[in-house]
Ligand binder design. Structure first.
Ligand SMILES: [Cu+2]
Length: 157
């Protein structure tokens, strides 16, 4: 074995070992993405994050193959009582032993500048970056039929 071959093998072993350790702490559940229309140039992804580690963690950034830019957003009511989206530069905390739910009308992963039209059933790859767990890659199905989780208020009698 030449020195070069040995060095490559050693590097490969190290890069494989790191994510395996980090991934065990954070579990992503029930991801889905939406666009408002076929011609939309932005979309949003929702999922649940569970932290099985004994250290608090934080989702601090995200990226996607389907968007030029991805931001962590939330919805807040402004002074006029209108719900508005806003960028959350500090990201979302996921406490040790706890979880954090991204959902419509709340925190979400905002995909801006879509690189292709997204249709029901398409898959997008979203890379989530955690402060401690590092990068976690999630395959997110586009689901345009999903109802909001807290839709009860929309049902008048
Ligand atoms: Cu948004």
């Amino acid at each position: 074995m030449s020195f070069k071959t040995f060095a490559t093998a050693a590097v490969a072993a190290i890069t494989l070992a790191l994510p395996a350790l980090a991934d065990s702490m954070i579990m992503i559940g029930d991801p889905y993405a939406r666009v408002s229309s076929a011609s939309a140039n932005s979309g949003a992804a929702f999922l649940s994050i569970a932290n099985h580690g004994d250290e608090d963690d934080r989702l601090i950034a995200a990226s996607s193959d389907a968007a030029k830019r991805v931001e962590l957003h939330t919805h807040k009511e402004n002074a006029e009582g209108v719900m508005r989206m806003m960028h959350v530069p500090g990201g979302f905390a996921v406490p040790a032993g706890g979880s954090h739910q991204l959902m419509r009308g709340g925190d979400h992963v905002m995909m801006m500048g879509l690189t292709r039209a997204l249709e029901h059933g398409d898959m997008v790859t979203v890379t989530l970056v955690f402060e401690k767990a590092g990068e976690i890659v999630v395959e997110v199905p586009v689901d345009l039929e999903r109802k909001p989780m807290h839709g009860k208020m929309n049902h008048g009698h």
